[in-house]
Design a protein around this ligand. Sequence first.
Ligand SMILES: [Zn+2]
Length: 260
Amino acid sequence: MPRALPILSALALTVTLLSAQASAPDPPAVPSPSSHALRVLVLDPGHGGDDTGAQVDGGLVEKQVTLDLVRRLQPLLESRLGIRVVLTRMDDRTLTPDQRAGAANSAHADAVITVHVNSSVRPSASGPEIFLHQSGATPLSPPSVEGAADHLPVPGGQPRPLTFTPWSAVQSQHLFTSRALGEHLALAVGTRFGGTPLRVRAVPLRMLAGVNAPAVHLELGYLTNPDEAVRLASELFQTQMADGLVDALTQFRGDAEAAQ
Ligand SMILES: [Zn+2]
């Protein structure tokens, strides 16, 4: 609905201005040409604290499964890829989607993977899935082009120039590289766990919308599938997932190096 866009854009701008004046999360910056290199990977263990995520009676809880896996992956990926791996949470705490995106942006992430496990009323539902964020939102033109204020006053100091994009439209600038990351994961993870590459699907995702880097949402499998629940908690699965991520991220890094 094109007519709604200017109002939405103005609202997004206002929200961004307010969040820039308040504390967290950091306002997203316009990406630099070097932002496709892979030096910092942010892993986001889904849910946490009051938000348990998927849960099976008397069994595993999503917030714990994701945290356990990501904490194991962190040192493995750091040593095997020679990169820094930052986690959005190290313990069982509640984080808003904006706090997760803000943590990734503050860490200057070059790639972000948010990790989840799924649930279904069908016990047979199984297998990993990969999603990208795509809201269809149109990025704002630079404020100076729009005629809006292009400097944010700083109390007691010189105004500093605003070079931001609306929070809600940040991820849309990375759609191409997010898809590349998703496709590498789809191949590496899909062939390991199902024999064929996965399909990468684009849907609106609240957390990824504000991430200023290539970003994907990875569903590891279904807690509601009894066989898969056992596998998700196994050391073998964690090792295979680490191998899959190393392969995918190596390919992704190769893309960036080839483009330079
Ligand atoms: Zn989840």
